[in-house]
Design a protein. Sequence first.
Length: 476
Amino acid sequence: MAFAAAGAVAMPHVTGPIPTTADSRPFMAAARAQQVVDLAKAGYVEEEFFVSGDASVYDWNGDGSLTIKISGASYTTRVLVRRPIDPSHFSGAVVVEPMNNARVYDWAFIWAYLYEQLLSRGDVWIGVTHLPAAMTALQRFDANRYAPLAMKNPSPEERCGRGGAASDSEEGLRWDMFSQLGAALKSGDSPLLGGFTVSRVYAASHYGELATYVNAVHPHARLAGGRPVYDGYLIKANEDPLRIRRCAAAPAEGDARQITRNVDVPVIRMIAQGDVLDTFTRRRDDSDAPGDRFRLYEVAGAPHMDSIFYRHMPVIDDQVAAGQIGYLWHWPLAYRCDPDLPLLESPIMRDATNAAYANLDRWVRDGRPAPRAARIAVRDGGTPQAAFVNDANGNVGGGVRSVYLDVPTATYHVSRTGPMTCRSLGYKTPFEWPRLEALHGSAKRYAARVLEAADRLVQERWLTDADARRIRAESR
């Protein structure tokens, strides 16, 4: 069935806010993360809503076109809203995050990086549950509260995957779910943000679902008059686009659909250094063309994950109630890595993400394009012999820079050896005093260099004023 290009995205039905009581609360509430965020102190409130609608299941064809496989499938999901209490403190910007489900339950990676900036600006953050398995985890956590959640499969007899399994749920409903949520936010009368005038809606994600949405669905997700539902995208991921529906294949290596092109709103894709070698063949040039506004930011010195992610895991009791093993953020693995060091405490990726979001918002709001970054220096890229080109201090050249690499006190490694997740966890090797003295001369000279580097990065828009203030204070 051909995709019906005409017509605006349908409006969903919104229920809520869902009451919070002594016996029933939202999963992943800010007060139930391992690093608690005091929303009330920031003048914010947290509310949960159920969003329901009818969605289509799509096929994403090899030529990039989108067709409807079946329409009219019902869904109900939940969204977690963190907003200013006073509408006059609202900036006009909303960030929608499809929550990560690396451990099945909902986990807000983008919030972990951006929350301080969002709260200071007066932006709204909305986390959305978008996978059937995550809904099952919510129903384990609180069967009564989350009983309405479902992504019903309109073709439950269809079999695929290992063993030819059938399923009552269909993950492919999430694309229209995203579109309808964005349309509701811009409608002006949704109870999600009653009394707020929304001027900009962004989507930001740590996984590949946004790559699929941007490349396949965004061109068709339009409001009345043809305006796009989402005004910009921040994709912090090494993942390729995901499959469009449960029984479809994801675009394979070399498929043109793996690379984001020809999107009529700004897209910033962020790749940690730890993921650059794996994504090297999907690099593309930056563009300011009206129908292809794109930036690729490869962040030097950043591993795939650092401690900031894990600080915002749900508390152990909630992890267990959702059906998973409970872990503390300090070391959330059941095995050791080599070297056997704590999780990396590094603001490199957080600072870069803060700057990228500020640049995205300026690009959309004021029409000022985001800065362009050099690519990380790689030797023999795209081959089994690929390796980073490092400087005399063991840190990589090129990429989005930071004070920590430009005025170094350590070598930043972006992976470890060991099972599974070890490859995604970095560490640093601090320099001993003779090397520090040879590099910087004295503590006073080091502090001066830090201030110079921070000022330069702010001017070049690779560092926000707030993060620069923190770095200056640390240097003193």
